[in-house]
Ligand binder design. Structure first.
Ligand SMILES: C[S@@+](CC[C@H](N)C(=O)[O-])C[C@H]1O[C@@H](n2cnc3c(N)ncnc32)[C@H](O)[C@@H]1O
Length: 252
């Protein structure tokens, strides 16, 4: 064992255990790798799955998580998120959104369904910690994003209107999107529309993320269907609770 690995294992014993555990239980299917993380066991695998998704070291994921903990932003937001209607992403899902943006380092991030701005805050904190990137956010309602801390708003551009109209226009202007998060209307047609709209503007390594990927609970889900249709250009898929991430590109 290398000295630096030993030091890491001593400093982060739980993370090391989850890494070893994750490696042991890793099941590779064909081109598309599904990390269906429903159980507690899967929760332990989350960080190692993210390291695998981004092809980076586990210590990089852990450092980003340390930054998140020291900012305390999600802890503050989680105190009020249970009152939000409709309910936003869970605390754990917001953590994954934050870590994803930290590891990806997008220049252009787009989300639909700003709502009160819980997910936006996680994305904006990650952009701030990366010291790069802008979040373009679309919501049909005025007054969205009220929980976003003032000091993060310099990276936030709000568009009011339906994503059906706004998303194609925005993408035409920006010409690319490195990170996309769907959280507007969770119907099969609407989700599929947004994925199909943004996908041509994404390149190798970019991330297409979506909330409510397990909706409807019975029958075909838009996220899974979309991943299967585009399997040749999606290198990995990661699902945690009701949040899905697809990495664009050929699998190695
Ligand atoms: C589940 S909430 C979003 C929660 C938010 N992402 C958060 O973390 O706080 C859904 C949002 O989608 C917005 N919405 C509904 N229809 C929309 C549409 N056609 N285009 C854009 N946003 C829409 C709603 O106004 C609502 O704020």
């Amino acid at each position: 064992m290398k000295f630096e690995n030993l030091l890491f294992a001593l400093r982060y014993p739980l993370v090391t255990m989850e890494y070893v555990y994750g490696k042991y239980y890793k099941k590779k299917s064909d081109r598309l790798r599904w990390h269906l993380t429903r159980s507690k066991v899967a929760y332990l695998k989350t960080r190692s799955s993210l390291a695998e998704l981004f092809d980076c070291s586990l210590s990089m994921v852990s450092r980003a998580k340390d930054d998140l903990d020291s900012s305390r932003i999600l802890k503050e937001l989680s105190k009020i998120s249970h009152q939000a209607k409709p309910p936003p992403l869970s605390f754990a899902e917001m953590t994954i959104v934050y870590l994803t943006v930290r590891l990806l380092k997008p220049v252009i991030a787009i989300e639909t369904g700003t709502g009160r701005g819980f997910a936006s805050s996680a994305i904006l904190q990650a952009l701030e910690d990366n010291n790069m990137g802008i979040l373009y956010s679309i919501d049909i309602k005025h007054g969205s994003g009220d929980v976003i801390p003032q000091h993060l708003k310099h990276r936030f551009v709000q568009h009011i209107g339906s994503s059906k109209d706004m998303l194609p226009k925005l993408l035409k202007d920006l010409k690319k999107c490195n990170f996309f998060l769907h959280d507007s209307i969770h119907t099969y047609e609407y989700m599929m529309f947004e994925y199909e709209c943004v996908y041509p503007y994404m390149n190798e390594g970019d991330i297409l993320a979506s909330h409510n990927v397990k909706f409807p609970p019975k029958g075909k889900t838009a996220f899974e269907e979309f991943a299967r249709e585009n399997t040749n250009n999606i290198s990995s898929v990661f699902i945690y609770q009701n949040l899905g991430l697809m990495r664009i590109g050929q699998s190695h």
